[in-house]
Design a protein around this ligand. Structure first.
Ligand code: FRU
Length: 586
């Protein structure tokens, strides 16, 4: 009997092993690629459903799994798998639900070239954006030997969220960035979610003096905290074989460790987002962690799960205060935003000062999940912050193609009094002024009704900076509008009666990629005699700073033509506009 079975199935076995493509009953196709080139190129179409692929490299015990929108119809763009090191070897790729994208699978090919279409309408000039693919939160911000490292949540396989890796870039001046290879990719513990990095100056972890150690969330069946180390200035990382260093204790949302050396505690302190609180952990060696305390019940906004906390000291009137920032879905103007608390940290627990919480870092809709750099030298002493310039309400739908989303401008954080109470203010780092090219000085304007500047910059390419002072305020409502010839505009309205600064972007160009994009924004405005306005415009983003960070509003907009005209207006009464300067940005 056995003999007959063998005679019957042998031809099939032979057929399948010599064939480069196999299909099983679960509609799964496995293909073998004999590697001849540097890349395997895969066509992606954003409207396709994601399918799961399993990539089996010949030298790896386990496969790598990715979710890719393989083109069902016509590719929007291509993504690559780096395979150059496997020349003449065979890589197997399994495709789940293969029939749905069979034509796309057939189109996959090998090449030594991967064309990055860098230039597109909404590609920023002076903000960091990924070379291609999707980016969200900044991660692992750390300074070492003249380099500001920026790691970030990255999907190299598409322009929507998924397959979280850590991408990497460095800068020596916080204004121009060099792309470096991905440092962390998903593993058997899960995707690589947000986290931080430290320089282990005293070799507390035993990976080497001055090793950069990344502390991140492994997002698998549960969320747990893991570490990886680099002894080559952040170029490559090795995952610690004792991961996870903090296993999941039964909390679903348990992520985004921010670790810094804490001089008060005399140990490493981690802030971890734990559902709707921040849990503080302490460690001497970054490998074993002890819970110190938990903060957040009954204070601040609890409109959504807390994410990406950060804890750092700032000087205020000769005193050290501690600031705790937390991002969440449920910001003051809808969608995602970052709230903060100011108080004291005694090495174990955080005690907030009495303030009118919730307080928000930025009242625009597009500054999320920001954290601050570790290891900035004492002689510099700044607390530098960068956020993801996007909002989870519509982040995946932004009208860009080959890359999706950018970061805010790096800002220095300060504690100051806004006339009512202490606030956390942010203001662009001074290096940004070095980007200014030609300056266009405009004459002062007395505004009573409406006055405009018809051309801000000749041949404006859409990246520029605008500063002016609003003085002699003799009205309760006034504002300004950036506008183009198609009547697309961004409108900032100062309403002194309600003490609110409004931003309207409902008719700012492309808005219909998501219904929530057009919602208005409002920020609390403290009444003053004068308002200094600074606005950074970079193709598709507007970052407004009033009175050096008393009010910050970061907002995306997608004009179909550059807004090169400025209109000032008052409702009754008048204002004077002084010191109007427009800077072309290099
Ligand atoms: C915040 C966040 C984090 C998480 C990461 C995943 O935007 O949701 O909490 O670690 O994004 O990409």
């Amino acid at each position: 009997m056995k003999k007959y079975i063998l005679v019957f199935i042998l031809p099939f076995i032979l057929f399948y092993t010599s064939c480069k493509s196999q299909r099983n009953q679960n509609n799964e196709v496995t293909k073998e690629y004999k590697i001849t080139s540097s890349y395997i190129l895969i066509p992606v179409e954003e409207k396709s459903k994601e399918i799961k692929i399993a990539v089996q490299f010949p030298d790896k015990k386990t496969a790598e799994y990715y979710w890719i929108r393989i083109a069902e119809d016509k590719p929007d763009y291509w993504v690559k798998l780096d395979v150059g090191e496997y020349k003449n070897k065979t890589i197997k790729i399994g495709f789940e639900n293969a029939s749905q994208v069979s034509s796309g699978i057939e189109e996959i090919y090998q090449s030594d070239k991967f064309n990055i279409q860098y230039e597109e309408t909404y590609r920023p000039d002076f903000h960091f954006s990924p070379e291609y693919g999707w980016m969200n939160d900044p991660n692992g911000l750390v300074y070492l030997d003249g380099e500001y490292h920026l790691f970030y949540q990255y999907n190299p396989y598409g322009n929507m969220w998924g397959n979280m890796h850590w991408g990497h870039a460095v800068s020596t001046d916080l204004t121009s960035w060099t792309y470096l290879p991905i440092v962390l990719k998903p593993d058997t513990l899960g995707d690589i979610f947000s986290g931080s990095a430290v320089v282990d100056v005293n070799n507390t972890a035993g990976f080497g003096k001055n090793a950069i150690i990344a502390i991140y969330t492994s997002n698998g069946k549960t969320q747990q905290q893991s570490i990886a180390y680099s002894t080559d200035k952040g170029r490559t990382f090795t995952k610690y074989n004792g991961n996870p260093v903090i296993p999941n204790p039964g909390i679903v949302d348990f992520r985004d460790p921010k670790v810094s050396w804490n001089a008060v505690a005399n140990q490493w302190v981690m802030t971890l987002a734990t559902k709707q609180t921040v849990t503080f952990y302490g460690s001497d060696n970054l490998k074993t962690w002890t819970k110190l305390s938990e903060f957040g019940d009954g204070i601040g906004s609890h409109a959504g799960v807390w994410e990406c906390p950060d804890l750092f000291p700032l000087e205020y009137n000769g005193q050290t205060k501690w600031v705790l920032t937390v991002s969440l879905h449920g910001g003051p103007n809808g969608g995602t935003a970052t709230q903060y608390f100011i108080g004291n940290f005694d090495g174990k627990s955080f005690k907030p000062d009495i303030l009118p919480y919730p307080l928000w870092m930025d009242y625009g809709r597009d500054n999320y999940a920001g954290i601050t750099w570790n290891n900035i030298p004492d002689k510099d002493g700044r607390r530098i912050f960068i956020g993801w310039m996007n909002n989870w309400d519509y982040g995946n739908n932004l009208p860009s193609k080959f890359f999706r989303s950018s970061n805010t401008i790096p800002c220095q954080l300060f504690l100051k009094n806004n006339g009512k109470h202490i606030i956390l203010a942010s203001y662009p780092v001074s290096e940004i002024t070095l980007l200014r090219d030609k300056t266009f000085d405009k004459p002062d304007i007395h505004v009573s009704g409406e006055s405009s500047i018809n051309e801000l910059i000749p041949n404006n390419n859409g990246s520029y900076e605008l500063t002016f002072d609003i003085e002699n305020i003799n009205t309760n409502e006034f504002g300004f509008q950036l506008i183009n010839n198609k009547n697309e505009f961004l409108k900032y309205n100062f309403d002194l009666l309600s003490g609110t600064l409004y931003l309207n972007r409902a008719q700012s160009g492309l808005t219909n990629f998501n219904d929530l994009f057009s919602l208005g924004m409002g920020a609390p405005l403290v009444l003053g005699e004068k308002y200094n306005v600074r606005l950074l415009i970079d193709k598709a983003s507007a970052e407004l700073f009033v009175n050096e960070g008393d009010v910050t509003m970061t907002s995306l907009f997608f004009p179909t033509e550059v807004m090169n005209k400025l209109i000032f207006y008052t409702k009754n009464g008048s204002i004077n506009i002084h010191n109007i300067k427009v800077y072309d940005i290099k």
